[in-house]
Design a binder for this molecule. Structure first.
Ligand SMILES: [Fe+2]
Length: 496
């Protein structure tokens, strides 16, 4: 404990003695505050019980009681002292979480010591102002100042949080590219934002606000510098604009997007609305945003590669099943085509069309679990063998279930043998209980089964199959689906 002053009393909680002492010394010697130190959250709680503080600084990673739990405890026990979180991890997630737990502000390590003193001064100043307002009427002007400060802070937190959600909600890189400039503009009050990707020595602009132009050369501009150094750069008023070579009327901040080891793109912001220079906080916010965007792009790219590999493997699995049973060659492909034509004629949404496109290929994937002797048997099937064949709908569902991507496709796989009147399998579902995409697939599947050669019989004619679909509309099939199917080129037997 050092220094006693009427200026205010500060508690510093950090498990690293070096950090603790440096902060304590700076605050007492430079700032003139009285300081108390604590070694972790629990120690901090004890110190709060023993005396009152004006500001508390706390580390996050600490033994016994960490910073986040300390904040929670303060909130639960109604401690009113503002707590500033010192975080070593440059993560907006953690900072926003800390704010949600009631932290007043956060400072990232390594921090500048003058920042600690100025933050303390600011908080104590605000508290004094607030105290005066509460005790006397206070002037209207100071109330306005306080309100404006609080409002700004609130806006900042709301923006941070919504941007986090926005970035995480972009499952395709295309979408991130298109929205990056808008998201950055939401974060900082600037008139110009551009987000571009580096290609053949050019920065190709994917989204922009207030910036005209589709591509800008890198060579000889500050963009080249950002790419070389792989670090953000703030260019001052009067420096050459990378957009048009003119002297810039305001500061320009360019941040590289690093994906893997490569600089993949650049986010640039300029033309601050209030004409001031970028503050440390603004640079930090923008850099953190770009980091978030880069990691999302990286994740999406990995996911796309993984997903495409998975789709390829499943398709070859289907080809293997169809190769076992020469009668059903290209069955899945044709069924998918018929179902797509029907779905398009019924004006289904693009999500459902996509589900049919892939689910159609997969619908019989469960046949991998049916023995050749049963699957390829030419003659009459025993009851047991019929049950075994019927299991393919459930087996298929089980195969795909662990791959979380195919939730909707599972509808098709499991239910393509259900009947509209509830007499099908495996769940005896009926009517609307069977999803529309599965009802469509049932019609397409039956038509193709009837018009293909089977182990136990020759292919039937188109006319016979149409007759059967009509006869079973309303019992086995959804009558509306049959009606539409008969209007499609294949239903009218117009071979294209
Ligand atoms: Fe099937």
């Amino acid at each position: 404990m050092s220094g006693t002053s009427a200026k205010g009393k500060v508690l510093i909680i950090d498990d690293e003695p070096g950090v603790r002492d440096l902060l304590s010394q700076t605050l007492s010697e430079v700032g003139g505050y009285e300081t108390v130190v604590a070694t972790d959250g629990l120690d901090g709680i004890e110190k709060i019980r023993a005396s009152e503080f004006d500001v508390i600084f706390t580390d996050l990673a600490m033994p016994r009681l960490n910073g986040m739990d300390f904040l929670k405890k303060c909130k639960d026990t109604d401690v009113k002292t503002p707590v500033v979180v010192l975080t070593g991890v440059s993560s907006m997630e953690i900072a926003v979480n800390a704010m949600r737990q009631g932290a007043y502000d956060f400072i990232t390590k390594p921090f500048r010591l003058d920042k600690i003193v100025s933050t303390t001064e600011k908080i104590i100043g605000e508290r004094k102002l607030f105290g005066r307002l509460v005790s006397s009427q206070g002037s209207e002007a100071s109330l306005r100042t306080l309100n404006a400060e609080l409002f700004k802070k609130l806006q900042e937190i709301v923006a941070l949080h919504s941007i986090s959600t926005d970035v995480d909600g972009c499952h395709e890189n295309k979408e991130i590219f298109a929205r990056a400039a808008g998201m950055a503009a939401k974060l900082l009050t600037v008139n110009e934002v551009s987000f571009g990707i580096i290609q053949d020595g050019l920065l190709e602009i994917k989204s922009a606000i207030g910036v005209v132009g589709k591509a800008f050369p890198l060579v000889g501009t500050l963009f080249a510098r950002v790419v070389d150094k792989r670090r953000y750069h703030v260019a001052d008023v009067g420096e050459t604009s990378p957009y048009n070579g003119d002297a810039m009327p305001s500061q320009f901040l360019a941040i590289p997007l690093v994906v893997g080891d490569e600089v993949f793109g650049i986010l640039s912001v300029s033309g601050k609305a209030d004409g001031t220079a970028f503050s440390e906080e603004e640079v930090y916010l923008a850099v953190d945003f770009v980091k978030k965007v880069s990691s999302r792009i990286e994740n999406n790219a990995l996911y796309e590669v993984f997903f495409n590999n998975l789709v390829d493997s499943l398709k070859s699995l289907i080809a293997t099943i169809e190769a076992r049973d020469s009668y059903t060659k290209q069955h899945s492909e044709r069924v998918t085509m018929y179902a797509l034509q029907t779905a398009e004629a019924m004006r289904l949404g693009s999500d459902e069309i996509d589900t049919i496109r892939f689910g159609g290929y997969l619908h019989d994937i469960g046949k991998i679990g049916v023995r050749d002797t049963v699957l390829l048997k030419p003659g009459h099937l025993s009851d047991e063998e019929i049950l075994e064949i019927r299991l393919h709908a459930v087996i298929g569902d089980e195969i795909v279930k662990p791959m979380k991507f195919f939730e909707k496709e599972r509808e098709i796989i499991r239910h393509h043998h259900e009947h509209f009147n509830g007499s099908g399998y495996p769940d005896s579902a009926s009517g609307q209980e069977i999803s529309l995409i599965a009802r469509i697939l049932a019609v397409a599947d039956s038509y193709d089964a009837m018009t293909s050669n089977r182990p136990y019989r020759q292919a039937r004619t188109h006319e016979f199959a149409i007759g059967e679909l009509k006869r079973c509309a309303g019992t086995q099939f959804d009558p509306e689906v049959v009606r539409v199917f008969l209007e499609t080129p294949i239903g009218r037997e117009i071979r294209t």
